[in-house]
Design a protein around this ligand. Structure first.
Ligand code: HEC
Length: 129
């Protein structure tokens, strides 16, 4: 619920900044990188989603349907958002491995930074309805 309020806050900010006061302009310049990457939809796209879109994740994962790996929604249902879960799932993405959802392993991502992996997990766990 906190997340939702935050998102709504962001949206309000985006609409407000379209109105174009001077102070709004300075602020939107500060968030410019996020705004340009969002392909003009309703505002800021989660950094974790951008990272996922750029990585190979989508070959095996889908937001709502199980493909090779579990859907992100399933993952979000299974793990509550917590520092420990984010940390462990980030490690799992980097290390790869099997056994939680089935026998098919996830390929390791040894060149991925822990920080990026955590951003992705933050995004995935935020999908829970
Ligand atoms: C080669 C296919 C493949 C790719 C590519 C892949 N995954 Fe996975 N992923 C899987 C499979 C299979 C599982 C289930 C592993 C298990 O049962 O332990 C999984 C599990 C997960 C889980 C849950 C882990 C757990 O222990 O419950 C997360 C989170 C995840 N993947 C995120 C990602 C992200 C983010 C990427 C991109 C960087 C990615 N995956 C790329 C196949 C893949």
């Amino acid at each position: 619920m906190k997340k939702l309020t935050y998102l709504l806050g962001c949206l309000t900010f985006v609409f407000a900044s379209c109105g174009g006061g001077d102070s709004a302009k300075t602020e939107s310049a500060a968030t410019n990188t996020e705004a340009t990457a969002s392909a003009g939809e309703s505002g800021a796209v989660h950094k974790g989603k951008q990272l996922i879109d750029k990585s190979d994740c989508l070959g095996c994962h889908n937001e709502t349907t199980r493909v090779v790996g579990p859907s992100y929604l399933e993952v979000a249902e299974k793990y509550p958002m917590s520092e420990l879960n984010v940390d462990e799932l980030a490690d799992k993405i980097i290390r790869g491995g099997a056994g939680v959802w089935g026998e098919v392993p996830m390929t390791p991502h040894p060149n991925m930074s822990k920080e990026d992996a955590k951003e992705m997990v933050n995004y995935i766990l935020s999908l829970k309805k």
